[in-house]
Design a protein around this ligand. Structure first.
Ligand SMILES: Cc1cc2nc3c(=O)[nH]c(=O)nc-3n(C[C@H](O)[C@H](O)[C@H](O)COP(=O)(O)O)c2cc1C
Length: 396
């Protein structure tokens, strides 16, 4: 019988002290894409929030960022240059000071690099097409440019190692470049990176191959590597892929590479497939495809302790996003039998204790407003974010 307080040793040898992972959440605290004191304060305040914390999506290529949301003059973080190393080193140190593991999520934001567009830069996609909801032009990557981005993921991994992170998570979810390549909706290429399902898998596979090459050469043996995926991409008639194809991708990735975990990005940990062709949950279906000893992390919609226990029935590790913003000490409380004291809704006090940035609060408030997402204590978020939310973009 699995317990949240179990110690878990990943296949590569790294041990975490509970079955909780803090999911990556952007802080929008970067200034010229560099870590600021706000970034450091937030992550340091989360040094006891989970066995393993994944730092927000950080861009590996100049044109892979930044994304910016809403009113503040702050944006996404990056790691495409050595100048980003000192700041990110402080983030890793802050997170690790009480024994947590700290991972960095690596991304190329693809068509979502909205602020790059505002700055007059190039927004890169697998295939030229009309994205009716985007207010800026996009650029179809040439094959040699795709290979350069793959290399960028490797160079970024080397920098993450130098910063002292315990691992990296590949951001293959939430409609960023890796997902855009996997999606039949956004990938119409006819070269090595597009066409059949096999070829649409080539970008995620080559990114993984490059990262594992760098890890084998430069990282400690127990360096953690995870892969995050959105298990379905279905928007009305626009079907990028179903869970059947995701199963094939994670099976392939975990057969080819020594991934420590695969992390599902969902809004509901117990959701059934949108295709309605199975009685099993998405978490169960994906779990069947992931090859042991790679573990499964499931994130989405957990706001109580009981739901964490329920999620654990079909996951090896429970991923928490918003709950770690409600209560920055959630991992510590669970480990010490203090679950009755967990804050399960947003309060000004809780946000202050966790040094949650205004960038995160604005993003959260925007999600609540736009998606009508049921978030306990959302009135506090809306109040703190103020009225000037431009709900046209969601990032992370
Ligand atoms: C403010 C905010 C920022 C986010 N940023 C990221 C991100 O950088 N990378 C990512 O993969 N997911 C991001 N997400 C998604 C979360 O990791 C998580 O999957 C989502 O919040 C659902 O989990 P929850 O119900 O526990 O909050 C973000 C979510 C929120 C609310």
């Amino acid at each position: 019988m699995k317990k949240l307080t179990d110690q878990i040793t990943f296949r590569n040898g790294s041990t975490i002290t509970n079955r909780i992972l803090q999911s990556p959440m952007l802080t929008n605290s970067g200034l010229d894409e560099m870590v600021t004191q706000d970034t450091i304060d937030y992550y340091t305040a989360h040094s006891q929030s989970a066995g393993v914390v994944v730092v927000e999506y950080t861009s590996v290529s100049p044109n892979g960022s930044p994304s910016r949301s809403w009113a503040r003059d702050r944006e996404q973080l990056a790691i495409y240059d050595d100048k980003f190393v000192p700041g990110l080193t402080q983030v890793a140190q802050g997170l690790k000071k009480d024994g947590n593991k700290a991972l960095l999520q690596l991304v190329h934001s693809g068509r979502e690099a909205n602020y790059r567009a505002e700055l007059g830069g190039r927004v890169e996609v697998p295939s030229q097409m009309d994205f009716s909801w985007l207010k800026y032009p996009v650029y179809e990557l040439k094959e040699d440019e795709v290979w350069q981005i793959i290399k960028d993921f490797g160079t970024a991994t080397k920098r993450a190692i130098d910063c002292g992170f315990d691992g990296v998570e590949i951001h293959g979810a939430n409609h960023y470049l890796i997902q855009e390549f996997f999606s039949a909706f956004s990938n119409h290429r006819t070269d090595y990176f597009g066409g059949s399902l096999e070829k649409r898998m080539n970008f995620p596979i080559e990114v993984s191959r490059e990262i594992f090459r760098v890890v084998k050469e430069y990282a400690p043996k127990d360096f953690i590597v995870g892969y995050r995926i959105s298990p379905e991409e279905i928007h009305g008639e626009n079907v990028g892929y179903t869970w059947h194809e995701s199963q094939q991708l994670v099976a392939k990735l975990t057969e080819l590479f020594d991934f420590d975990y695969v992390h599902l990005s969902t809004l509901d940990y117990k959701a059934l497939p949108e295709t309605k062709d199975s009685d099993k949950t998405i978490a169960e279906l994906m779990g069947e495809a992931i090859k042991a000893p790679t573990l499964e992390v499931v994130t989405g919609g957990i706001t109580t302790y009981e739901q964490m226990l329920e999620c654990l029935e079909h996951a090896d590790i429970v991923g928490l996003g918003r709950m770690t913003l409600m209560d920055a000490k959630i991992g510590y409380k669970i480990e010490h039998g203090l679950q009755d004291q967990i804050k399960t809704f947003f309060t000004e006090e809780g946000l202050k204790e966790g040094k949650v940035t205004i960038g995160t609060i604005e993003t959260l408030a925007g999600i609540v407003k736009m998606l009508g997402l049921d978030t306990p204590g959302s009135d506090v978020l809306l109040k703190l974010a103020g009225e000037n939310l431009d709900s046209s973009v969601i990032h992370g």
